[in-house]
Design a protein around this ligand. Structure first.
Ligand SMILES: Cc1cc2nc3c(=O)[nH]c(=O)nc-3n(C[C@H](O)[C@H](O)[C@H](O)COP(=O)(O)O)c2cc1C
Length: 289
């Protein structure tokens, strides 16, 4: 390629990158944002994220699962302890049983692959047993192992999620699994100190049932420069309520005021029926007595 041709090529790709950035940022924030100076394909994949709840009946190829798990294992891990495991469920009957266990969400049944992501301290319990150092290695009153395993499993799962999206697949997290600890324990043969934190249905999105990019809070509501500053927050929340209301209208789903709805949902987290089983399971991560 001549020098001039190379120059033209890079001018085109800069223009394309800027256009891609503009579309992605406008969709995410629903409004003008500062012109980005740089952009790349990774950012395009990340910003195009939307939860997918309608899948084609097409299997996920084994290499894709393995690549996604390699991505998951490439995430940072506190002290490199790697305190997580994932159970891949593809058997339709088992998937259906797991679906019934979690308030029947159709997309779990439809997705060809259902991943159960678990915080896992059992591996270290076995290491301790093999080393004959006893099973009171951890202090059940110290929340650190619990927090560490929750962070580890979340970072790993999100890396896998981005890997799936980069390959043209879609996914949806399933948080309800936390309330069905006993059902999952039985169905998946989980030992103690393994606690399912969320599920993830994975598959090829059905193009006939598309989902839009859900707007997020204005960046200034979450990015605090140097010191925390919530003085302009009320305006950001009002603006976001309006964006979410418009989004729900476009998606033809029930329209609610985000700030009111999210308060109710947060309260439900405190009041949910399955919380005792979940609390007990989380205590198990500290190798509680
Ligand atoms: C931990 C976690 C649990 C979730 N659980 C569910 C769920 O049980 N069912 C569901 O349909 N979506 C679930 N979601 C997806 C969220 O509703 C979704 O990420 C959020 O509304 C933002 O939409 P978006 O992912 O399309 O941007 C969950 C997401 C997370 C992070």
């Amino acid at each position: 390629m001549s020098g001039q041709a190379a120059k033209n090529q890079s001018a085109i790709s800069v223009t394309n990158a800027k256009a891609q950035a503009h579309v992605a940022l406008t969709e995410r924030y629903r409004g003008p944002s500062t012109e980005p100076v740089g952009w790349n394909e990774t950012l395009s994949v990340l910003l195009a994220h939307r939860s997918v709840r309608a899948f084609l009946p097409r299997k996920v190829e084994p290499w894709i699962l393995e690549a996604a798990i390699a991505a998951a294992q490439s995430a940072s891990s506190s002290l490199n302890l790697q305190l997580w495991s994932v159970i891949a469920v593809q058997d339709p009957e088992r998937k259906a049983r797991l679906c019934l266990g979690v308030a029947d969400q159709r997309w779990i049944r439809e997705a060809p692959l259902y991943l159960i992501w678990a915080a896992d301290l059992s591996r270290h319990a076995r290491i301790a047993e093999r080393a004959s150092v006893g099973d009171d290695l951890l202090d059940p009153d110290n929340l650190d192992p619990l927090a560490t395993s929750l962070v580890d499993v979340s970072l790993a799962a999100q890396n896998a999620a981005v890997a799936f999206e980069s390959l043209g697949l879609g996914f949806c997290y399933i948080g309800a699994v936390r309330l069905y600890q006993q059902e999952l324990r039985d169905e998946l043969a989980l030992p103690s100190h393994v606690v399912p934190i969320f599920g993830m249905c994975v598959g090829y999105p059905d193009p006939d049932r598309p989902t839009g990019v859900k707007p997020r809070l204005p960046q200034a509501a979450v990015l605090h420069r140097e010191r925390y500053d919530a003085t302009a927050e009320a305006g950001y929340i009002d603006r976001y309520d309006a964006h979410m209301y418009a989004f729900q209208g476009e998606q033809k789903i029930q329209q609610v005021i985000w700030s009111e709805y999210s308060l109710r949902r947060l309260f439900n987290l405190h009041a949910s029926e399955g919380r005792e089983a979940y609390n007990a399971a989380l205590r198990d991560l500290n190798l509680a007595r």
